[in-house]
Design a protein around this ligand. Structure first.
Ligand code: SAM
Length: 272
């Protein structure tokens, strides 16, 4: 297994373990991002849609509704727990097929629409993936994907303190990281043009997440990408310490009414 395959397996493992609570905490976030994605890809009755990194189907279900029974949606992910959850949710929608699959290797098309919600930034080989996605799109087919823009940096100090509790660095500080193609809308559009996509456009929506209390904040951290950090704290036996470190800040925010977090979600659409 090379480094890229190992990295994909690591990410899939995190989301597999998160899948029991992912997008099931009563917090409106993934659905909002997915609604923007499907608004922009605009699947029409009878069309074929391929969903990469489907998770529990935040954008699969609205796409399935849009294409209807004459259409077809194939949803792929590498995390078995996500796929099991999505199979249960789509059991009575026969035009949705749920299958294990690596977003870097999309199945043969031609697809009218390829959607990828909050997943492309996890892929070790984005450039190869874009070439392969372009090749499986139908002529004039649409690629739509969401990714992160600006976000609430008022949590940085707490996350820095939590990261410091585990002896080994978890990797580069996200604040310093070169985000490559994801650095800006302009860099992303250039990358898409380099890979033969036409007319890239990006919309941005700001999504704010409100937490009911400190427990729900912790549940949220365990339920999605930041799970990487808490699993590491757990592996180092410092989870109780982390809870104690976070408690005053969470309590302060609860009293001040700022137990919330926001991020900009960018939604990019391009054509073959
Ligand atoms: C942040 S979640 C987004 C899920 C869903 N699209 C949504 O909007 O709720 C990222 C998903 O991508 C999946 N994933 C990560 N790397 C993948 C890969 N190489 N191939 C397929 N799925 C992948 C994870 O298992 C996880 O379900």
């Amino acid at each position: 297994m090379d480094d890229g395959e190992r990295e994909k397996a690591r990410i899939a493992g995190v989301f597999d373990r998160a899948s029991a609570t992912y997008d099931q905490l009563g917090i409106e976030f993934f659905g909002t991002a997915a609604a923007e994605l499907v608004r922009r890809t605009d699947p029409r009755p009878g069309e074929s849609v391929l969903e990469l990194g489907s998770g529990r189907g935040a954008s699969v279900l609205p796409a399935a509704e849009a294409v209807g029974p004459r259409g077809r949606v194939v949803a792929t992910d590498l995390a078995p727990g996500m796929l099991a959850g999505l199979r249960a949710l789509t059991a009575d929608v026969p035009w949705v097929q749920v299958a294990e699959g690596d977003a870097e290797h999309p199945p043969e098309g031609p697809w009218d629409v390829v959607q990828a919600g909050l997943v492309l930034f996890f892929l070790p080989d984005l450039h190869g993936t874009l070439d392969r996605v372009r090749d499986v799109l139908a002529p004039a087919g649409r690629l739509g994907f969401t990714w992160f823009g600006e976000s609430d940096d008022s949590w940085q100090e707490l996350t820095r303190q939590l990261r410091e509790l585990a002896p080994e660095p978890a990797g580069p500080d996200p604040a310093d990281e070169d985000r490559g193609p994801f650095s800006s809308v302009a860099t992303m559009h250039d990358v898409l043009s380099d890979h033969g996509f036409l007319d890239p456009t990006t919309s941005t929506i700001r999504v704010q997440v409100e937490f009911s209390d400190a427990d729900q904040w912790w549940a949220w951290i365990w339920s999605a990408g930041l799970r990487v950090m808490v699993e590491r704290l757990e592996a180092h036996g410092v989870l109780d310490r982390a809870r104690a470190v976070a408690a005053p800040e969470l309590e302060r925010r609860a009293i001040a009414g700022t137990l919330s977090w926001w991020t900009d979600i960018r939604c990019t659409l391009a054509h073959r």
